[in-house]
Design a protein around this ligand. Structure first.
Ligand SMILES: NC(=O)c1ccc[n+]([C@@H]2O[C@H](COP(=O)([O-])OP(=O)(O)OC[C@H]3O[C@@H](n4cnc5c(N)ncnc54)[C@H](OP(=O)(O)O)[C@@H]3O)[C@@H](O)[C@H]2O)c1
Length: 327
């Protein structure tokens, strides 16, 4: 697996990362079923054997169980912690417990929540420090000075080495930087052929009828490139939507899935390999975070490392997924 260094860090990471969102099974406090734990062990072992050294978590994933499962894997594999890069996220307070206490699901970038939640992550993963901590989704009630105080405390105590954001716009990043002195080294964003807004917004900004959506994505990728913020793509195979070349799929994703399958055949690779290679082809050096819980799909995904798409293939896939050519 090819690697690259995350700018402004000493972290050398695999081009494809493994997302641990679903390895804990159900999103509740039921114990992890033995079959779920076994599947997680197998998927993580396959990722490691394939050269993946980057693992993405969040405090909310399966209500903390994903981190607990991963913590047990780390504990039973001496030396593993030092061979991998571990990232997690804070800032979403999930409904599971909140509903019970009558509180709404919410975002929380308060100093106390960031500290408490990070310490709980370290306990669940059974580790002393995270390599990267991300703010999960922008909190409209953010006080940048409070975030700065929390980050300083976490860094000076050695609990977190680097910081980043997820789902943040350039304006939200700039606002945080009014007080946060550490560079944001990562912005994790939804990006795939099924959700290409990050690039579509760029070439559609001054055109009607081209599929521009919120406008919030416009310039975001360029901003990250300019400021050397490593972009990670969540849901890189669109949650499987572009892998179902069958009659249940809807246009234009159905046609895109058919083209993905055809290209996979001609290039002697897998559909996953084509979908992820489409992301890797972008010059920003975007790191897809794959989320399958199946070892065989991990193997199908890492094939992308050997696939190079031509400019023509890349644009054909984009056109198929959007149901129209670029303007
Ligand atoms: N920052 C954020 O806001 C955010 C949001 C969402 C996710 N994430 C991160 O991104 C990672 C990946 O997200 P994701 O799971 O949505 O990504 P994904 O890799 O696009 O989708 C994985 C999902 O698609 C299914 N799938 C894969 N291949 C399939 C196929 N051939 N047919 C049918 N279904 C198939 C998988 O099921 P199987 O497990 O059965 O293979 C799994 O449920 C997460 O683990 C998490 O780390 C971040």
């Amino acid at each position: 697996m090819k690697t690259y260094r995350i700018p402004k860090t000493d972290l050398v990471v695999s081009r494809i990362a493994y997302g641990c969102m679903k390895i804990g099974g159900s999103w509740d406090h039921e114990p992890v079923a033995p079959a779920t734990e076994k599947a997680a062990q197998s998927a993580v072992a396959t990722a490691l054997d394939s050269g993946i050294n980057f693992f993405d978590h969040a405090d909310i994933y399966t209500a903390g169980k994903s981190e607990e499962v991963f913590g047990r894997i780390l504990k039973s594999t001496p030396g593993l912690r030092d061979r991998i890069v571990l990232q997690s996220k804070v800032g979403i307070r999930f409904a599971n417990d909140a509903y019970k206490s009558g509180e709404p699901p919410r975002y929380d970038f308060s100093h106390d929540h960031i500290i408490r939640s990070t310490e709980a992550i370290l306990r669940r993963l059974q580790i002393s420090h995270l390599d990267i901590l991300l703010l999960h989704r922008p909190d409209p009630l953010v006080e940048p000075a409070e975030v700065a105080r929390a980050f300083d405390a976490l860094q000076s105590s050695g609990k977190v080495r680097h910081f980043g954001v997820s789902n943040h716009t350039p304006g939200e990043i700039e606002l945080l930087h009014r007080h946060v002195r550490q560079p944001f080294v990562v912005n994790q964003l939804e990006f795939s052929l099924a959700q290409p807004a990050l690039i579509v917004e760029g070439f559609s900004a001054n055109q009607s009828g081209t599929g521009a959506t919120s406008g919030l994505a416009a310039g975001l990728l360029d901003y990250c490139r300019l400021h050397e913020i490593s972009v990670q793509a969540w849901s890189p195979v669109g949650g499987g939507r572009l892998l179902k070349a069958d009659t249940t799929a809807v246009s234009p994703l159905k046609e895109a899935a058919a083209l993905v399958a055809k290209l996979a055949k001609t290039k002697n690779t897998t559909p996953e390999g084509i979908l992820l290679a489409w992301i890797l082809r972008h010059p920003a050096g975007i790191q897809p975070i794959i989320g399958t819980t199946k070892a065989d799909r991990v193997l199908a995904s890492v094939k992308a490392d050997d696939v190079t798409l031509s400019r023509e293939e890349w644009y054909s896939l984009l056109a198929a997924a959007r149901g129209k050519n670029v303007p």
